[in-house]
Design a binder for this molecule. Structure first.
Ligand code: ADP
Ligand code: ZN
Ligand code: ZN
Length: 731
């Protein structure tokens, strides 16, 4: 038998199947050791066949299988083909997504424990006679073991002394068996409160379950009980013996959320998130692979969980940018979910209070079935959003971060011993420093960006690489001590808050305060248990959190995400603000939102403050349609990077000329095509150039395929070429 194998080398030159002589027990999907070009590498068997075009005597033979079982389920071999052609990935890029890193790099080993049990042939009288002075101790241990058969040796050592345990093992009185112990992340259980679904919820559950397959949009306002809908659908699916995948943005994988699922579904839930140790992650994967866990909850990469017979796939907060992988291998989770849904003939659900424009557009066109939950479960109105014009504050002489209104409301919250959240989507203290006398702005040595000032550790940090520099009081260029700060970040918000509310507990949640495992959990715990309290944070605080005592949300600078050169900027702003606003007034307490902006007349704020998603959608869709931006066209970026700027420019030029030539034959289809340096011209010493093409949908497959084939020609050099379709990040 011949095996078709993909070898684990990430290179375009080796991205094809190689034939090997299989072993008699070789299985499709197995990870195997293969000799390759004088080296010994890992490979994956994609297919077994009877013969090869190459004479058998010229073929090498497969080495040992790494595991007895197939690492890749049959479904993943199909998924590999689909993903490869849709996202233009190499085989090995896909396979690496399917196989946990812990397995691939052998960094984690299975944990085994020793279990003791009393031997069948054990004779108590004989033991007493032969052991005299130790008899009582021995008998106690034997009695203990006989009661419940098997015990972990470590526990017995503690209780009876290791020498006693060892002697009995040596005497053959007790048997030792080794058993694998799966490390499962601990999740505090909580009381499950089974609720009765509202009529709206019931209808959604019934409609989706009866549809069997296809894609669905669950468009439900924040607090409309989408999670409860998911849980009912999952329960139904699992009761039929099938499995389920629920994806949520990483930051929403809070202990709160996980414990709700554990309480309802018990051990059949596997959890995959970045807070797990390597061992836990590996063992959760195994529990899924071998069917012990039927429900998988995790962030983006959990879409590749090796569950078989999938009955439903859910993407909660489907508009979240994290569903789009923007480093290699680049893929869009929605599309992968669609592929898996098709393979398993099961429904795929996208849920959100603010669906991505592209998703909602598909629903309008009837490509996705839409379901709505227009009201909050407890019929609480959405919190009132009050817009404050910061230009007016400036005219009145208030140059601080907080308007008078926001200060007033913050004081009220504190007096009432409730909680507030303050949102500013910029971390650090100030986005840059500038010398007032000579205009010097400190920049990263390796990246073409200015450094962010972090006052808490007195450092200037690059937010694109890990470089750090000492902050300064005097300009290193001219010695002046007049240093002006750039735009304020979360650290500055905390400092200003402290100065006018010195007694109140203030917590900060951003990338810098949640770097270590457990930080996030501790922060959320502390916030849940402190009143009054103010939580300051970046977009991290916008996601899914449910704190009943939050009666005020302050949006310190709503414009942060608005004035960036990205066609999705307005959409993103609408989504972020709606999500943050939804954190207020979730319980019986009334909520309020203060939104501070320098551009109060921007249309996005009108729609946002009326919670008018549909109105916003229509307007935004119209703009995109007229200007022919996605989803009404395709936007592709070819990114070319190299430490050698000349080479990067040369390749960029070469590609551009080819595209220009191709374009002459398809002039009507192209809307835009330009080559330029990327907005961030250098990251980690690599120069970055880009070609951006926008073209009509009519011939999009033809053009996209052409661009794919073009970048393939670049081969493997020190110039890296990436191609991105409708990228979410154009920096
Ligand atoms: P969403 O995900 O749509 O923002 P959640 O699923 O978090 O909303 O629900 C908001 C709150 O309402 C939660 O505390 C949830 O337990 C509760 N809830 C959901 N459905 C019901 C129901 N049918 N009856 C009572 N409470 C419910
Ligand atoms: Zn200076
Ligand atoms: Zn840098």
């Amino acid at each position: 038998m011949i095996a078709e194998v993909i070898v684990d080398i990430p290179s375009i030159n080796t991205d094809k199947v190689f034939d090997y002589v299989a072993r008699p027990d070789s299985k499709v999907g197995q990870r195997v050791v293969v000799p390759f070009g004088g080296r010994i590498l890992d490979g994956y068997i994609l297919r077994l066949k009877d013969s090869s075009d190459i004479p058998t005597e010229k073929l090498k033979s497969l080495g040992q299988a790494r595991e007895e079982f197939s690492v890749l389920l049959p479904e993943f071999l199909v998924l590999n083909e689909k993903m490869k052609s849709y996202f233009h990935l190499r085989n090995i890029d896909c396979i690496r997504l399917f196989v946990p890193a812990q397995l691939r790099n052998g960094s984690v080993h299975s944990l085994t424990i020793k279990l003791l049990s009393v031997n069948d042939k054990f004779d108590k009288q004989g033991l007493i006679a032969s052991s005299r002075k130790n008899a009582i101790k021995f008998c106690a241990l034997v009695d203990y073991l006989e009661k419940d058969k098997q015990y972990d040796v470590a526990m017995l050592n503690k209780q009876f002394g290791s020498s006693c345990v060892k002697k009995l093992v040596d005497m053959g009185v007790v048997d030792v068996v080794e058993q694998e112990k799966l490390r499962s992340p601990s999740v505090s259980a909580r009381q499950d409160n089974l609720v009765e679904l509202t009529a709206d919820q019931q209808k959604v559950v019934a409609d989706i379950l009866s549809s069997k397959e296809g894609m669905h949009l669950l468009f439900g306002v924040t607090g409309s009980g989408k999670t409860e809908v998911y849980m009912h659908i999952i329960a139904e699916v699992v009761s039929k013996g099938k499995s389920a995948i629920l994806l949520v943005p990483e930051i929403s994988l809070t202990p709160q959320v996980l414990s709700i699922f554990r309480a309802r579904f018990g051990d059949t839930v596997a959890i995959l998130h970045s807070g797990l140790s390597n061992g836990e992650r590996f063992d959760e994967w195994k529990r899924i692979r071998f069917g012990q866990a039927k429900i998988v909850i995790g962030a983006r990469s959990a879409i590749f969980a090796p569950v078989s017979d999938v009955g439903v796939i859910i993407l909660d907060e489907e508009h979240d940018p994290s569903y789009q992988a923007d480093s290699n291998p680049r893929f869009i989770t929605h599309i992968v979910a669609k592929f898996r849904g098709e393979y398993n003939h099961c429904p795929v659900i996208f849920g959100s209070a603010t669906p991505a424009l592209s998703t909602f557009n598909l629903a309008e066109n009837g490509d996705i079935t839409e379901h709505r939950l227009p009201n909050r479960v407890n019929n609480k109105p959405m919190p009132h959003i009050e817009i404050v014009n910061m230009c007016d504050e400036m005219l009145m002489g208030n140059t601080g971060l907080f308007s008078e209104r926001l200060k007033e409301e913050l004081k009220r919250v504190v007096d009432e011993k409730n909680q507030a959240m303050l949102f500013l989507n910029r971390r650090g203290f100030s986005s840059y420093l500038i010398c007032r006398e000579c205009g010097y702005v400190p920049k990263c040595e390796d990246c073409d960006v200015s450094l962010v000032y972090h006052k808490e550790d007195n450092l200037l940090k690059c937010h694109y690489c890990s470089n750090r520099y000492k902050a300064f009081k005097e300009c290193p260029k001219c010695g002046s001590s007049y240093i002006r700060l750039g735009a304020s970040g979360t650290q500055k918000v905390v400092e200003e808050l402290h100065s006018f509310l010195p007694e109140v507990t203030i917590l900060r949640m951003d990338f810098d305060t949640t770097k270590n495992r457990g930080d996030l959990v501790n922060l959320l715990d502390k916030f849940a248990n402190t009143k009054p309290c103010i939580l300051v944070g970046t977009q991290m605080i916008a996601k899914g959190h449910d704190f009943p005592a939050v009666t005020l949300v302050g949006i310190v600078d709503a414009d942060v995400s608005l004035h960036v050169s990205d066609y999705k900027a307005t959409e993103r702003t609408f989504q972020l603000i709606t999500q943050v606003a939804g954190r207020a007034g979730r319980s019986s307490l009334e909520g309020k939102v203060i939104l501070q902006t320098y551009t109060p007349n921007h249309y996005v704020y009108r729609y946002v403050s009326n919670y008018d998603y549909l109105g916003f959608f229509d307007r935004e869709k119209n703009l995109r349609e007229v200007a022919q931006f996605p989803p009404f066209s395709k936007l592709v970026r070819i990114l070319i990077t190299s430490v050698d700027e000349e080479k990067a420019v040369q390749i960029t030029r070469q590609f551009y000329e080819s595209i220009a030539e191709f374009k002459t034959e398809h002039e009507d289809e192209f809307l835009y095509c330009k080559a330029m340096s990327a907005p961030v011209k250098r990251i980690e010493r690599k120069f970055r150039y880009q070609i951006i093409c926008r073209y009509k949908l009519k011939e999009e497959k033809l053009i996209t395929d052409y661009l794919f084939s073009l970048v393939d020609k670049s081969g493997d050099t020190d110039v890296k070429v990436f191609i991105e379709v409708n990228p979410s990040n154009l920096s």
